[in-house]
Design a protein around this ligand. Sequence first.
Ligand SMILES: [Zn+2]
Length: 331
Amino acid sequence: MTGDIRLKATCLALALGAAASAQAATFVIVNNDPPGVGFNDTTPVAPVGNNPETTLGAQRLFAVQFVTDTWGALLESPVTIEVRTQWVDLTCTQNSAVLGSAGPISVNRDFPNAPESNTWYPIALANSLEGADAIPPDPDINMNININIDGDPGCLGGATWYLGLDDNNPGGTVDIVPLVLHELGHGLGFLTLVNSADGTLFSGRNDIYMLNLRDTEVDLDWDEMDNAQRQASAINDPDLVWTGPNVTANASSFVGQASAFSDGFMRMNAPDPLQPGSSVSHWAAGPWTLLMEPSLSGALFDEVDLTIDLFADIGWQTTVATDVIFADGFE
Ligand SMILES: [Zn+2]
């Protein structure tokens, strides 16, 4: 009898969780730029590539909203995802640049419906699973976009952002669509909270991303390791891999090169020496083109490819089957 009651209670909780998350996610961009800068730049511009806006700031905002809408159509969440965004001074040299950066503003654990106990989840994912906004006044994701890519000859040879939405950027421009798609990938959960420089856990607990990491040389999962072992694994190319079942089942649909795999698992980026911001929280760099590689490929535009499988592995409910191959965009 007691067991029967427990079973009913469990089923109820599962049903509520499913009902709460069965809707596409809504994203809101929180414009964090000062007057006249970034999204607030009133410089007149001509419409470009299906972007109808006629000031630089409004055109930037329209392009970023296009990308958040793209993610919103793929992920389920009953809680609005707020992306605090600013155009800021990031590194740019003649030959390379940090195009942007992003991450979750906060994390949560042991919330109602949490799939794994005692485990950190990025706040947008935690909220979607809980079906409630755990920290209502705060945005969920912080995103920076490099404002220096504006024609300065010392920055990528004078490149400018291409704010069109049509995958038709001319030479000398950088597509903003794949950049924002990539950065939001990090903000939504494509990153570990482990300090890869010393192997320590964030605030003493596992995170949902690192529960999918394994080192195939020592044959240990990251949650089975001590700090020194994780530190060593973070620079142990080509043996750091992702073990989540969705990625493992579908990776070969997106990636043909045997060098992308170790023991049948997708490799994660683990160069020696460590590359902070690049190591662990990207696929291993290779001659293929996936959205979440350390460097943006010019061949990418609005496809999220294997990212959606990794998201399913960390707990996101998706609106699309994870074994779908987005051969030509997903509009
Ligand atoms: Zn990245």
